[in-house]
Every structure is written in C-alpha cells, then in structure tokens.
Write a protein that binds this ligand. Structure first.
Ligand SMILES: [Cu+2]
Length: 178
C-alpha cells in the first residue's frame, strides 16, 4: 500500500527532474548557435577591417551573420571567391541583401564571401570572408561569451527534445516506474 505522501513525492520529483532537463537542453542549444554582428559595434561600413574581425571569430554551421548598415548607402552581396578578390560585382553573384538589417544563416561548412557593391566600397575594404566549421558538439563552459540571439531552428529542436523528455517521464510515472 502506498501512502498519499509517496504519490505527492513522486509528482514533485517528476516535475523537478523535467524542469532541470528542459533547462539543460535549452542551455546546450544556446551554446551551439550564435548570431554575430558583422564588424562588431561599427557594423557594415567602410571603416572596419573585416579581415581582422573575421579572424577573431569562430563560425559554425547554424550561426547567423547580422549585417547592419544604412540601406541607402550600402548593401550586402554574397559572391564567389573570385569576385570577393576582384571586387567586380558584374559577375560571381550568389545572393543580394539590401534591407539594412540582414540576417544570413550559415547553413554549410566552407567559405562565404561578402562585398558591398556600391561604387568603390569593396575596393575600400568593404568585403568580408568567413570560414564556417562543423558544429562544435561539446558545450563550452558557462563562462564563454553568451550568444546575442538563439537561432530559431535550434530553439525549436531544443523544445522538441525537452517535450520528448517530459513525455517519457510522464509515461514512466504513469506506470509507477519512477
Ligand atoms: Cu558600401
């Protein structure tokens, strides 16, 4: 025979363990995906050394590049490596962005090349290349720099996994296994 106390204890245990699992999963996913504002505080302009900026960051699949600029004065063009080097925007165009606040998700490993196609801007240094690595599967310690924003896709996956945990615990609890 089980007392009411045992039942209440089980309910609380289930609740607490589920919450801990959910928080843990959310935290892991936060570390995996980050948003990088290109050029840091300066944003996307002619006064930034984007080569140095890029060298100082590690980009992984799932991360997001945020280009912020005055849309009447600049744009963002994803181009081929050749066009990045030559600054000749007449060819080698992959995609164009011109909202003034463009978020570009890095969906695969390899190099991405960006230039501004306003006359003279690319030659003045308004060009940025980033190298994207595999997702780092090992979560970094909590002292690492927190991401500006969580990638929506990853957050969704985290929620799904959290709910899978909750469901598993619920089923086990229902059959009095935990
Ligand atoms: Cu420009």
């Amino acid at each position: 025979m089980e007392g009411i106390g045992t039942h209440v204890f089980r309910c609380y245990s289930f609740l607490i363990i589920s919450i801990l699992f959910s928080i843990n999963l959310m935290w892991v996913e936060q570390v995996l995906s980050e948003t990088y504002k290109v050029g840091g505080d300066e944003g996307w302009s002619e006064s930034v050394d984007y080569f140095a900026w890029s060298e100082n960051h590690n980009f992984s699949v799932g991360d997001i590049l945020l280009f912020e600029y005055v849309k009447e004065e600049h744009n963002v063009m994803e181009v081929t490596e050749g066009t990045y080097k030559s600054c000749d925007g007449n060819s080698g165009l992959v995609r164009t962005y011109h909202s003034g606040s463009d978020q570009i998700t890095l969906t695969e490993t390899g190099n991405y090349w960006f230039i501004c196609s306003f006359p003279g801007h690319c030659l003045d240094g308004m060009k940025c290349g980033v190298q994207v690595e595999e997702v780092n599967a090992v979560p970094q310690p909590s002292t690492s720099i927190l991401p500006l924003e969580i990638n929506g896709i990853y957050r969704f996956q985290a929620s799904c996994r959290a709910w899978t945990c909750l469901l598993s615990f619920g089923i086990l609890h229902f059959f009095n296994l935990i």
